[in-house]
Design a protein around this ligand. Structure first.
Ligand code: FAD
Length: 451
């Protein structure tokens, strides 16, 4: 029977990072991953990396009209989905090999197979029992099924199957207007596909403030994407080459037909079949219950990443991995960082960090909003799209920056400047005294406090 200091279940961003931190600190670590070809987890194989590669492949198509106005002819532009799919396979292989080598170099033992708790001190993997003093569960998340639209991988797909498509569909209904839905809507829209987003709640990207969500809806519609809010698909009929849908909306029933349906209504925690009850670990709605130090209801077992009820983001998983590694090594215990950047890579991009208006109101914090539209930014004009804005939210009295949001080009990059402001408790006056380079999109941050 093999014995380790720590066993980590799942080699996604959470498990991979946590195992490396612990092994580097001299712990005897075993990382168990379901599938040899799934090192890197959802993020590498069906999430962040392929999704952003797909968006990059069509980024210049989204700017076609503007580039033509600059004298660049895009008449001959052609797109081949199978070429992109092959590029994805080779890129993921390359990154996976690097990650596998990194795990090996850090001294972590890797075992492939499905792990399940036998009792509080051991797991079962492929006929083998592995024991440890501490465990970390990092089994991530899976596609969240729609109550009606079951994925058939042909006409009704999840985000996983987008990366398997060999050809571009003529029309697509994206069910769910969260980050993943909006990103894929941008991808297909850039390729000239007729795209319709049906979102159940009253706003796209529901976690963001209403002004950001409303601007996003307007900008997506300007690009030709149809957006229906408060929409509920109530029935469907599959034909040979299309799916007919009926959806109830605030303005009545919509009936329409699409070549493809993409279901993107979120992710579900992947905690079934790992024997939680055998190790006295509690879960709620599938999410593993943890305390502020990420300890489960069993004091020797931690859980991190998408399997716990914190935001389902790879960088949140990284931060939790680091926190748990620290907590396993040290007597003093840390909590994960609460200042989290949220990023959506659609066009226009959306990003936010720190407290948003909903949170500030809920916490009864008096605040002021400072907003700057990219319309007055020359770099945005040079880049051919001056839609969107940056807003800062700061404490009414002290003017300390508590949060911010951006909708527009490069929002997912610029947001880190607001992240630093929030993290370092900078004030509006601090920003005023800095020099921002010209002409840049970031300059808007300085212009907005200077006026
Ligand atoms: P996962 O990455 O899901 O990894 C869990 C691993 O555990 C898997 O490899 C699985 O095979 C393994 N496993 C499960 N059960 C067992 C078991 N019993 N035994 C052994 N192994 C097991 N996040 C961002 O931050 N930015 C983005 O731009 C972004 N884009 C995304 C786009 C899409 C389309 C999707 C689907 C997700 C995206 N995400 C993004 C979310 C991100 O992928 C997840 O937050 C991240 O992968 C979570 O990491 P994790 O380690 O918790 O879980």
């Amino acid at each position: 029977m093999k014995q380790y200091d720590v066993v980590i279940i799942g080699a996604g961003p959470a498990g991979e990072k946590c195992s490396a931190y612990l092994a580097t600190e001299g712990k005897k670590v075993c990382l168990i991953e379901k599938n040899e070809n799934h090192i890197g987890g959802t993020c590498l194989n069906e999430g962040c990396i392929p999704a952003k590669l797909y968006l990059e492949s069509v980024a210049c198509l989204g700017k076609k009209k503007y580039l033509e106005s600059l004298g660049l002819s895009m008449q001959e532009a052609r797109f081949d989905m199978s070429v992109l799919k092959n590029k994805k396979i080779s890129l993921l292989d390359q990154i996976r090999k690097g990650a596998t080598l990194g795990i090996k170099k850090s001294g972590v033992d890797t075992i492939f197979g499905l792990a399940s708790f036998v009792d509080e001190k051991s797991v079962h993997v492929e006929g083998e029992i592995i024991q440890a003093d501490k465990f970390v569960i990092a089994t991530g998340s899976i596609h969240r099924p729609h109550p009606l639209l079951k994925v058939d991988k042909k006409q009704i797909i999840s985000s996983d199957e987008v990366f398997e498509l060999e050809k571009v569909p003529e029309s697509i209904l994206v069910v769910g207007g969260g980050a993943i839905g909006c990103e894929f809507a941008t991808f297909f829209n850039s390729l000239g596909v007729s795209v319709h987003i049906a979102e159940f709640t009253s706003n796209l990207v529901p976690a963001e403030d209403a002004d950001v969500a409303k601007t996003l809806k307007r900008e997506l519609e300007r690009k030709g994407i149809k957006v229906t809010l408060s929409a509920n698909v109530t029935s469907f009929v599959k034909n040979e080459n299309s799916v007919e849908i009926k959806m109830e909306t605030a303005r009545g029933v919509i009936e329409a037909s699409y070549e493809l349906i993409l279901v993107s209504i979120g992710r579900s925690p992947n905690s079934a079949n790992i024997g939680l009850e055998n190790a006295k670990i509690k879960s709620e709605k599938g999410f593993i219950v943890v305390d502020e130090h990420l300890k489960t209801t069993n004091p020797n077992i931690y859980a991190i990443g998408d399997v716990i009820p914190t935001p389902s983001l790879a960088h949140v998983a990284y931060n939790e991995a680091k926190t748990v590694a620290y907590n396993i090594i040290n007597k003093s215990q840390k909590e994960p960082s609460k200042i989290i950047p949220f990023v959506t890579f659609c066009n226009p991009q959306v990003a936010s960090v720190g407290l948003n208006e909903k949170m500030l109101k809920k916490q009864n914090i008096e605040y002021v909003v400072i907003k700057q539209f990219f319309k007055s930014n020359s770099k945005a004009k040079i880049k051919g799209d001056d839609g969107g804005f940056i807003k800062l939210l700061c404490d009414k009295e002290s003017k300390i920056i508590l949060g911010g949001a951006i909708i527009g080009q490069e929002a997912t990059e610029i947001i880190h400047q607001i992240l630093i402001c929030v993290n370092q408790k900078l004030t509006i006056q601090d920003l005023k005294e800095m020099i921002f380079a010209h002409p840049t999109l970031s300059e808007s941050l300085w212009e907005m406090v200077e006026k």
